[in-house]
Ligand binder design. Structure first.
Ligand SMILES: Cc1ncc(COP(=O)(O)O)c(C=O)c1O
Length: 405
């Protein structure tokens, strides 16, 4: 492996001096990418199972995305939401057609899509049940982002600690616990908010039965069922929306990560019954839904369709699952495989971060979450041979750990 220590040390030193110390980065300076590979400043190549945390679904430097960005950047990058441009309407139409929902609001990030979703649910709640219909139900162990609304719905103390007080009126229930859900939802509930598959929370799926009960309770109490598909949506489960995989349709769905192929763009899409609760001036954004991001998002969706990438996610995702399951059968540190398609995790009974650190040195990028889970969010371009390489490295490192114990 070529040494990149000089530039790594310089880059790290400057960041240590001038950045808020919020991140604990891996020791690599990435310079460029092509397809499912990334390259550092020393020219070392890495196979990417992370996709920039679920963003680079088309891998790196996809020629059609490069062309769309170049072309649009030379024409118009930003106009604000004071004026029309050619791409926001068609992108909204496309997302409505794909989801079966009715109206879209574009944001810059996933967190903002969650904020907008709960604001809309509050407006709709107040309309049918007055001021008291404002309460939110969310899940223990969930992750929805870092702003106060999203953080207040995030069911993990480690993210909330030190920032209290949170938004009032949030009740947490255990994932897949029907009794806990039934006792939490009532006529004062304006929304039930959940990730169909926990991402940061360790790749844990909601059961279909649990999602169906959420749907029934939301209908009964005239509350919004909000799905956070920021990590699990837009193709990762093998359908364009994760809710299509589970067969339960929400009233509002929040998306972001891969939507504009690496440019910041989020959105929430709502059924008319909820969308009609908002009026001009009640919500807004300066950057959200700009011409560059929207045009690139249209290109992203076209590529997913034309290159039949959802089929690939299902096929290669099943292969990945099979290979990971084989690792758990060896009765070593790997205990369980969770998730599906290109959102999967392997539960270890040892810390995951050292495995991820060592995989980097072997030229493979994995990610760890919840201390003991190795998470896989690869680009949709991944093939079986890439799975073989990743699993080979994982197997070797898990074997090494066993010997050290
Ligand atoms: C499920 C989920 N919701 C919300 C967010 C927040 O999105 P962003 O970081 O784009 O604000 C994330 C980010 O990882 C996420 O995975």
């Amino acid at each position: 492996m070529n040494t990149t220590s000089t530039s790594l040390e310089q880059v790290a030193e400057l960041e240590r001096k001038y950045l808020l110390p919020t991140y604990n980065r891996y020791p690599v300076v990435l310079e460029r990418g092509k397809g499912v590979f990334l390259y550092d400043t020393g020219g070392n190549r890495y196979l990417d199972f992370v996709s920039g945390l679920g963003v680079n679904a088309l891998g790196h430097a996809h020629p059609r995305i490069v062309k769309a960005i170049r072309d649009q950047a030379a024409k118009l990058v930003h106009v604000s939401n004071l004026y029309y441009h050619q791409y926001q309407g068609p992108l909204a139409e496309k997302l409505c057609r794909l989801s079966g929902l009715n109206r879209v609001f574009f944001s810059n990030s996933g967190t903002e899509a969650i904020e907008g979703s709960i604001k809309l649910a509050r407006l709709a709640g107040h309309r049918v049940g007055g001021e008291a219909k404002c309460r939110l139900v969310a899940l223990e162990g969930s992750y929805h982002g870092r702003t106060f609304g999203a953080l207040s719905l995030t069911g993990q103390d480690k993210h909330r600690k030190g920032f209290e007080p949170m938004l009032e009126g949030v009740t947490f229930v255990r994932q897949n616990d029907l009794e806990s859900l039934r006792s939490a939802v009532n006529d004062q509930t304006c929304a039930i908010v959940l990730e169909p598959i926990f991402g940061e929370g360790g790749i844990r799926e909601c059961s279909v039965e649990f999602l169906q009960e959420c749907r029934a309770l939301a209908d009964k109490h005239r509350a919004a069922l909000i799905f956070d598909e920021i990590q699990c949506g837009l193709g990762r489960t093998g359908t364009i929306f994760a809710f299509q995989t589970f067969g339960v349709t929400p009233d509002i769905v929040a998306i972001a990560k891969p939507l504009a192929a690496g440019l910041p763009l989020g959105a929430f899409i709502a059924k008319e019954d909820f969308a009609s609760a908002i009026a001009p001036g009640q919500h807004g954004t300066t950057f959200g839904g700009g011409p560059l991001a929207c045009r690139v998002a249209l290109e992203f969706l076209a590529i997913v369709e034309e290159e039949k990438l959802l089929e690939r996610v299902s096929r290669v995702g099943a292969y990945l699952q099979e290979q990971l399951r084989a690792l758990t059968e060896k009765r070593g540190a790997a205990k369980e495989v969770r998730g599906r398609g290109f959102i999967q995790g392997i539960q270890l009974d040892i810390p995951a971060r050292p495995i991820v650190d060592e995989a980097l040195a072997e030229g493979v990028l994995f990610n760890s979450t919840q201390d003991t889970v190795v998470r896989f969010l690869p680009p949709f371009l991944l093939e079986e041979k890439h799975v073989d390489k990743g699993v080979r490295v994982l197997k070797k490192l898990l074997g090494k750990k066993r010997k050290q114990v």
